[in-house]
Write a protein that binds this ligand. Structure first.
Ligand SMILES: [Cu+2]
Length: 74
């Protein structure tokens, strides 16, 4: 593990999640992005709160991972 850079927290709205399995899939997809420290997916609010290292990733990469998992980030 290297040094942890500046942390950012962003809330991402996501369409297409229907059940707890979707929440798990989205959570895993986001967590697999290098630089993501923590993710909390909320089904009712249709959103994910993501903590990540700004120097290692950005919202575009995180959104791409959500899309690849079959969901629609807004
Ligand atoms: Cu589901």
């Amino acid at each position: 593990m290297g040094e942890v850079g500046f942390l950012a927290e962003e809330t991402l709205k996501i369409e297409g999640m229907a059940c707890d399995h979707c929440v798990i899939r989205v959570g895993r997809a986001i967590a697999s992005v290098k630089g993501v420290i923590e993710v909390d997916v909320n089904l009712k609010r249709k959103e994910a709160v993501v903590n990540f290292e700004e120097s290692r990733t950005d919202m575009e990469k995180i959104k791409a991972a959500v899309r690849e998992a079959g969901y629609k980030p807004l």
